[in-house]
Design a binder for this molecule. Structure first.
Ligand SMILES: *Cc1c(COP(=O)(O)O)cnc(C)c1O
Length: 443
């Protein structure tokens, strides 16, 4: 094949980055970032104040969220998830892999986030709330000191119905944007790729959301959404590939996680390293979280992204430095995976450039392994996740296998370490579909 890929032959790409050969074969790989930079607050393009501002905005909306979604009453209208110790799963992982995992294994349960049942309840909902707030503020209908519970009133729904929201999605972002937008009264259209799960489309339609489907992949759905929205000044397009607000919504998570870690007596410092494993699609979710983690803990936290072997887009983008100029399709990789939340062929360049330098590594996982982990997590901890959400669970195994832990830390540091596997979705999966997932993993 002599076709050029961003100016180079495939053979030259492989010569420059030998790992690409295995990536093309869709073999599982571990890439450790050879040019990792230390994070310093000055180096970041996103400032702490912006994340604090996002956190405060979510607090202003808490009364509205609490009234609209009674399941958030316990958290006072904050959209938050538990941090759980999964020691039975840790034993199981070691048995399955014959690798030793030192330190505590925790699961951040974003599958249980209210409203959308996935990590998208952070970024997606935040961005729509921000749009609603700025519209209502500029119209003089509210001030930031008001009780935002009143946004439930009919006059606000009437007002928001003059505006529309559009988004392109593989599924979960559509769920989150669709549900919150419809609740506020916006007209909302979700442009979905063919790999989006039918139950996600059905659920949205039941909520009064317009769903458009495209036979091609996610990038196409995004493009269509962008185009249709672009001509209408009352339309807001939620841009998963470039949005700073989505990123900020995700970046709030570590601020709250910090408290949960303290409550669980988890220390994070030189002698107590923290390892975090984040499933990655286009990059906004894991990117916002990793960025904010680095801001909090600097070099005491090490972040790894996880992608399906058939959609290693962030890996290719960050490793080659070509970001969104390169796609998995350029290398003949098909971007077909059951991990629909991660089925992205071209990564966000915004995230790749903003967070890539601070990532410790990126690894890939086969779909069948996701199912196997899904089944074993349910067996050991009775936690049900969707396939995408298991990508992080393979991290402690793969990084141990790679030898990176022992090459970089003493036995004592590792004994004192904590691993957080970010579980990103699953609580809205219908029972019969979950049953089929469990069966696929029980082999
Ligand atoms: C969207 C999603 C991710 C990844 O988030 P990105 O912002 O697309 O990188 C991970 N897991 C699940 C379940 C998701 O829906």
């Amino acid at each position: 094949m002599n076709q050029k890929i961003v100016g180079k032959d495939k053979r030259d790409w492989i010569r420059a980055f030998p790992l690409i050969e295995k990536i093309i074969e869709t073999e599982e790989v571990v890439w450790i970032n050879p040019e990792k930079e230390n994070f310093s607050p000055e180096s970041g393009v996103i400032k702490k104040e912006e994340i604090v501002d996002a956190e405060e905005r979510l607090e202003r909306f808490a009364p509205f969220i609490m009234r609209s979604f009674p399941e958030t009453a316990a958290s006072g209208g904050l959209i938050e998830s538990p941090l759980l110790e999964i020691s039975q799963m840790k034993k199981r992982l070691m048995k399955m892999s014959k690798e030793e995992i030192k330190g505590r294994l925790l699961l951040k349960g974003d599958h249980a986030l209210p409203i959308a049942g996935s990590i998208k309840a952070r970024g997606g909902i935040y961005e729509v709330l921000k749009i609603a707030e700025s519209l209502a503020l500029s119209e003089g209908m509210i001030s930031t000191d008001d009780d935002y519970g009143m946004l439930q009133e009919d006059r606000f729904r009437q007002f928001f119905s003059n505006y529309s929201i559009a988004v392109g999605s593989t599924g979960n972002l559509g769920l989150s944007i669709g549900i919150i937008s419809a609740t506020l009264g916006f007209q909302v259209t979700v442009h979905m790729s063919s790999d989006a799960k039918q139950w996600k489309k059905d659920l949205l339609k039941r909520k009064g959301v317009q769903v458009r489907e495209y036979p091609s992949d996610y990038s196409q759905a995004v493009e269509m959404g962008r185009q249709q929205c672009g001509e209408d000044e009352r339309c807001f397009f939620i841009d998963d590939e470039h949005s700073r607000d989505l990123f900020l919504g995700y970046a709030v998570a570590p601020m709250r996680l910090e408290k949960q870690l303290k409550e669980m007596d988890v220390r994070v410092d030189e002698d107590h390293p923290l390892f975090v494993y984040l499933p990655c699609g286009v990059g906004g979710g894991p990117g916002g979280i990793a960025y904010s983690l680095k801001m909090l803990y600097g070099e005491h936290v090490q972040c790894f992204f996880a992608e399906p072997t058939h959609s290693p887009s962030m890996l290719l983008g960050v490793m080659t430095g070509k970001h969104d100029a390169i796609s998995v399709g350029d290398f003949g990789i098909d971007n077909r995976t059951d991990a629909d939340g991660l089925a992205v062929g071209r990564p966000s360049s915004f995230v790749g450039k903003t967070v890539g330098p601070y990532l410790t590594g990126i690894y890939t996982v086969e779909d069948q392994m996701l199912y196997k982990l899904l089944y074993n997590l349910y067996q050991t901890e009775e936690i049900k996740l969707e396939p995408s959400a298991l990508a992080g669970m393979y991290g402690p195994v793969q990084i141990a296998r790679n030898g990176w832990f022992s090459a970089n830390y003493s036995a004592e540091q590792l004994q004192n370490s904590t691993h957080i596997v970010w579980a990103t979705g699953g609580s809205l999966v219908p029972d019969e579909i979950m049953e089929s997932y469990l069966q696929k993993g029980n082999v």
